[in-house]
Design a protein around this ligand. Structure first.
Ligand SMILES: Nc1ncnc2c1ncn2[C@@H]1O[C@H](COP(=O)(O)OP(=O)(O)O)[C@@H](O)[C@H]1O
Ligand SMILES: [Mg+2]
Length: 293
């Protein structure tokens, strides 16, 4: 069995995935997304990395960044059509690459998400905020690690940010603020299995991302959180994804769907299992099944 790992940035994460994958797959190739070339011709579609055609692989784990959104969406579709097992369905990356679109898909599948608006003009944003109420969350459509997530407590605070976003040509998703006491839970779904840890922010910081200074702890995951995360991942067609969940006085909410979620050794220690190994085992299992059918 041959696995390709397609990555956005060179990182220790994809190195860890390669190490575990080499234990399980006969061969593993890691390819940077910007080294790939997709070709469509009368012979069909190919995905070339140097002289290697990735459509001839058994499985591919795609771990790209938001800036490569359109390319990765197309890539996953081509790989799936060629019978390469990926961790996603054709549409999945178009959901996870856009925070508003993912909220829409989840809401349509009865997953509780914060009320969200997608607006293009600062004036419409002000109207929308009136409806959602203050404080209000503003998110750039793309973004990770808490970057691009902001909060405004009044129209006077919202307006300048909206004007700035417009001048930077950023689309904005406005969201009702759901009080969560600075803690959220990252739920990692791998097939039918779930691994979770919680992240707590320090002091007055309300974004609980580790990249924004949050601290990782063991999670107390309720059946409702488990259910919400699984439904979110299934509804978006992912077999492997990370979901951000909060518990509030109004119930459980899913805040975000992540295709390239954080993976590092410290997570294994917190959740008490080798998540990276489980991930590559799952890719292998599905590749074996696809091979038999
Ligand atoms: N609607 C919301 N209400 C309250 N807090 C939120 C809301 N949306 C995001 N947050 C906080 O901001 C953090 C980052 O938001 P998220 O949408 O997950 O973006 P990122 O891609 O940067 O992780 C969340 O983990 C949570 O702590
Ligand atoms: Mg997040």
């Amino acid at each position: 069995m041959k696995l390709a790992i397609i990555y956005g940035d060179v990182s220790t994460t994809h190195q860890l995935i390669i190490e575990e994958a080499e234990e399980i797959f006969d061969s593993v190739l890691a390819a940077p997304v910007d080294g790939l070339k997709m070709i469509h011709s009368e012979e069909g579609s190919k995905v070339l990395y140097k002289d290697t055609d990735l459509t001839e692989f058994d499985a591919a784990y795609v771990r790209t960044n938001d800036e490569d959104a359109l390319f990765s969406e197309h890539l996953v579709e081509v790989l799936n059509k060629a019978g390469v097992v990926t961790q996603a369905e054709d549409e999945s990356f178009s959901y996870s690459n856009n925070k508003f679109y993912s909220m829409k898909i989840l809401a349509e599948n009865n997953v509780n998400v914060p009320d969200s608006f997608y607006t293009l003009s600062p004036e419409t944003a002000v109207d929308a905020a009136e409806e959602l109420g203050y404080p209000i969350i503003m998110k750039t459509i793309e973004g990770a690690g808490g970057q691009g997530v902001m909060r405004a407590s009044s129209e006077n605070e919202l307006k300048p940010v909206m004007d700035t976003m417009k001048s930077f040509e950023q689309d904005i998703c406005l969201q009702e603020y759901q009080e969560h006491g600075g803690t959220d839970t990252r739920v990692i779904v791998i097939g039918n299995e779930i691994y979770a840890y919680s992240r707590s922010s320090n002091g007055d910081e309300w974004r609980s991302n580790l990249a924004a200074g949050g601290e990782r702890k063991e999670a107390d995951i309720t059946p409702e959180m488990r259910e919400a995360a699984l439904t979110a991942v299934r509804a978006s067609g992912f077999d492997i994804a990370g979901v951000d969940v909060i518990e509030t006085d109004n119930g459980v909410y899913v805040l975000e769907l992540n295709s390239a979620f954080g993976l590092y050794k410290a997570i294994n220690e917190t959740v008490g299992d080798n998540v990276i190994l489980r991930l590559v085992e799952r890719m292998h299992e599905r590749a074996m099944e696809a091979n038999q059918s």
